[in-house]
Ligand binder design. Sequence first.
Ligand code: Z5A
Length: 209
Amino acid sequence: MTGKFLTLEGTEGAGKSTNLSFIKEWLTEQGIEVISTREPGGTEIGEAVRGILLNQDFTAMHEDTELLLMFAARAQHLREKILPALAQGKWVISDRFTDASYAYQGAARGMGFERIAQIEQWVQQGVHPDTTFVFDLPIEVGMARVAARGGETDRFEQEKHDFFEKVRGAYLTRAAQAPERYKVLDASQSLESVQAAIVARLQSLISEA
Ligand code: Z5A
C-alpha cells in the first residue's frame, strides 16, 4: 500500500504554510494518516542545509552550490522521510519540492531546466508528487502579506520583483504543461474560497485512492 504525495508551491506569502496545516487537519478528519514536511528541510540534516541556504550573510553563494544543496537536502528528505512514509500508506504533504528548483534556480536564476531535470532523475529516480497545488497571486500581494506578518527576511527575500515574476511564470508554465498533476489556485481570493478549491481536489484524490 502506498500513500499520496502532495506538494504546495508558489511565490512568497501565497499561503502555502497556512494551507499546509489546513490540508493536514482536513485529511486527518477523513481518517487518513498524514505527515507534513517542508523543503529545503524536513530532516535534521535537511534543516541544517536549509540554514545555509537561507542565511542572508551568504551572498557569495554560487548558483550551482545553491542548486546542489537543494538536491542534497532533498535526497536525504526522500530517503529518510518521504519514501518510508509513503510505503507505510501515509500521505505526505510537503511545503515545496522540486518544482521550486525549476522555478527559482531554473527560471529565476536562469540555470535552465535541462540540468535540473538531470539531477532530478538522479536523485528522485522517477518519484514525483501525485498532486501539486500552485498558490498563484500577484507578487506585490504576497509581499504585502509577508510584510504584514513581520519577522526576519532570508537570502531569497532579498531578491527583486522581477526575480519573483520569473518564479511565478515558471510555476504557471509547468502547471499548464501537466494539468493532471497540478491544481492552480487563485491565492488572492479569501482563505475560505482557496480552501474550498483545495477540498474539491482532495475529495477527488481520495475517491481515486
Ligand atoms: N527554494 C528554492 O529556491 N529552491 C527549492 O528547490 C526549494 C526552495 C525547495 C524558502 O522557502 C525559500 O527556498 C523560498 C524558495 C527557496 N524562498 N522564497 N521566497 P519557504 O517556503 O520557507 O519561504 P516562503 O515561500 O518565503 O514562505 P512564506 O513567505 O512563509 O509563504 P507562504 O508559506 O506561502 O505564506 P503563509 O505564511 O501561509 O501566508 C503569509 C501570510 O498571508 C500569513 O499571514 C497568512 O495568514 C496570510 N494569508 C494566507 N492566505 C491568505 C488569503 N487567502 N487571504 C489573506 N491572507 C492570507
